[in-house]
Design a protein around this ligand. Structure first.
Ligand code: PTJ
Length: 248
């Protein structure tokens, strides 16, 4: 790939794009993942490629949820695995969450490639290979989960995906935290905590908040969770995208 100078105005976006390309070449990311990335880039451009104040608040509420959960799980698809594997492993460590591979375009080869990639970046245990349980009401491959992973979880962090699993997980009574640059996407709309931000910024940001909140009592964490308003977070992001103005 052409070397991208660090002062290039679109440096971060171009590096991110290259990671997805490389993910496809290595069998981690699906070809549809390239299209998803393009959609995400367009929203991120309109957001000014920065974390809104409202997204930061959502990241803090997400961290509080994960710390309060009995069994938190971070769901991993081919895009997020290519974009921020180290940061996912770090977030799992900061919150005591499991990492579980869950794919729309599921093949054994891709599951293995992603599991190896996560282990290369420090993951000790990766779930989602066994896939011995099913999310009720979903007919496609995303229904396949581990019985002692997403199926058992009470809080699931879902970075960028299409919306029907989000609804199905909600119907199972799980708290769903979604990272998606599109505030109008179905998954963001049904999430208890929608984080409208790029996964490359949001995943480390949730980990940073989790480390800061780790010493807080359960009562203090519950106050943060209760104070968070998902509708307000989505509205703030939509306003910023439509008007191109800061929400902060
Ligand atoms: O790896 P697989 O097989 O599970 O497939 C994953 C993809 C992403 C291909 C699949 O879930 C899919 O097709 O997703 P969609 O329907 O294209 O939705 C992707 C959503 O993520 C869109 O709303 C994008 O705006 C958003 N998005 C894309 N890139 C990012 C993003 N959100 C946050 N950070 C990004 N980097």
């Amino acid at each position: 790939m052409t070397e991208i100078p660090s002062e290039h105005p679109r440096h971060d976006s171009l590096v991110t794009r290259h990671r997805i390309e490389e993910g496809v070449e290595r069998g981690i990311t699906s070809r549809q993942g390239l299209i998803a990335q393009g959609r995400g880039e367009a929203f991120d451009y309109l957001l000014g490629e920065r974390t809104l104040e409202s997204a930061d608040e959502a990241a803090r509420a997400a961290a509080a949820h994960l710390l309060l959960a009995r069994h938190p799980v971070l769901s991993v698809n081919g895009n997020v695995a290519a974009l921020c594997p180290e940061e996912l492993v770090d977030l799992a460590e900061a919150t005591g969450a499991d990492l579980e591979i869950n794919l729309f375009n599921r093949t054994d080869e891709r599951v293995e490639a992603i599991a190896d990639h996560l282990r290369d970046h420090g993951a000790r245990e990766v779930k989602g290979v066994r896939a011995d349980a099913r999310i009720p009401g979903l007919s496609h491959e995303r229904a396949k989960v581990d019985a002692d992973g997403i199926y058992d979880a009470d809080a699931v962090l879902v970075p960028l995906e299409d919306g029907d699993r989000a609804e199905a997980l909600g119907a199972m009574g799980k708290t769903e935290i979604v990272i998606d640059l599109n505030p109008l996407s179905r998954s963001a709309q049904v999430a208890a905590v929608p984080i409208v931000d790029n996964v490359v910024r949001a995943v480390p940001n949730v980990a940073r908040h989790a480390r800061e909140l780790r010493t807080h009592s359960r009562e203090e964490l519950a106050v943060i969770v209760d104070a968070f308003d998902p509708e307000a977070a989505l509205d703030a992001a939509e306003r910023a995208i439509r008007a191109g103005v800061s929400d902060d």
